[in-house]
Ligand binder design. Structure first.
Ligand code: GH3
Ligand code: MG
Ligand code: MG
Ligand code: MG
Length: 322
């Protein structure tokens, strides 16, 4: 290669990198009733690599906002129709007060300071005045979208870390680490307001034999199926935790002893009919509840439930002792 070849190659590569940096991906909701302004803006946004849903009415845009996830809302402030651009901004902010989650860029022909302050109070992230200048649009739109996407990433990472720390990877139930905080809250609330609170302890029967007969991997599959069944049987306020190897625990806030006994019996039957990986399986369950008017800790209830499970085993397994 001659020197100019290499120079040309280098320049080309540099151009690609530059173009790459200027292109961003994302979906934008755009409201503008002037076709002249929209024409200019759409060109700029499309050159940036953005997917744009353009509406000429704020009402239609608001409907679209409810149907899709957008990385940015760009709204003209004066739009014809029953809803104004201001109306759209305030409706969106009512639902999503978090500016990092749903960024809004306002576009307006009236560039006075009072109007701008009003827009910021309504909750727009940024403002651009007409006639729009490409460089300014590119700069503001890129900033808003990259901040939003960074924020999304941080949230996803946080959720992932939380799951790794709190959720048992085999069963999808909470792990023992997460128990103390939940239990502290649930028990102190129940003690303070004298609310009912119940605890169910579940120990699978002859689980060692499953491992011995079918292998440890099948044993894991069985545990995973039972974990899933248990999760599906939970209300939002319940807390289902894998307490030990094949010992599971349910903490049931606002659940009376009577209801807890019934739920334990339903669970016993559910385990019996599940036949995870084709293997017949049963469980022994212990149920205990916070006595009316007395303060108890999770450890207090656990001790009693543990004894009940032991009795269920003694009496032949596959049963509930309360
Ligand atoms: P029973 O409770 O009815 O008295 O009998 P068991 O055989 O279930 O006895 P125990 O509760 O003492 O033993 C539990 C067994 O569960 C021991 C261990 O090999 C198995 N186990 C514990 N954790 C896991 C796991 O994560 N995967 C698999 N495959 N097996 C596990
Ligand atoms: Mg307009
Ligand atoms: Mg067991
Ligand atoms: Mg056990």
């Amino acid at each position: 290669h001659s020197k100019t070849d290499i120079e040309e190659l280098f320049n080309q590569a540099a151009r690609f990198v530059e173009e790459d940096e200027q292109r961003i991906s994302g979906r934008v909701l755009y409201v503008e009733d002037s076709s002249v302004v929209a024409h200019v803006m759409l060109k700029i946004l499309e050159r940036l690599g953005l997917e744009v849903d353009h509406y000429t009415s704020a009402t239609d845009a608001y409907e679209a906002f409810g149907r899709h996830a957008y990385d940015l809302v760009i709204s003209d402030i004066l739009v014809e129709g029953e809803m104004s651009g201001m109306g759209l901004v305030s409706r969106i902010r009512e639902k999503f007060p978090d500016k990092a989650r749903v960024p809004i860029l306002a576009v307006s022909g009236m560039d006075d300071i009072t109007r701008r302050m009003e827009l910021f109070r309504l909750g727009v992230n940024d403002f651009i005045s007409k006639p729009v200048i490409e460089e300014e649009v590119v700069a503001r739109v890129s900033n808003l979208i990259s901040n939003k996407q960074l924020f999304d990433q941080v949230r996803a990472q946080r959720r992932h870390l939380y799951e790794l720390a709190m959720i048992d990877q085999l069963t999808g139930l909470y792990n023992r680490n997460s128990l103390s905080e939940f239990a502290k809250k649930a028990f102190s609330e129940a003690n303070r307001h004298d609310f009912p609170l119940s605890l169910i302890l579940i120990d699978l029967d002859h689980f060692k034999e499953i491992n011995d007969t079918h292998g440890h991997l099948t044993g894991d599959e069985v545990l995973a199926s039972i974990g899933e069944m248990l999760k599906n049987n939970c209300r939002d306020e319940d807390f289902a935790v894998r307490f030990g190897g094949e010992e599971l625990m349910l903490i049931l806030p606002h659940c009376t002893h009577e209801d807890a006994v019934q739920r334990a019996e339903e669970l016993r039957q559910a385990v019996e009919t599940l036949k995870p990986s084709g293997i017949p399986m049963t469980a022994s369950l212990g149920v205990t509840s916070r006595p009316h008017g007395r303060e108890v800790s999770m450890e207090d209830l656990f001790r009693i439930a543990d004894k009940a499970v032991y009795q269920a085993k003694e009496k032949g397994r596959n049963q509930v002792i309360a």
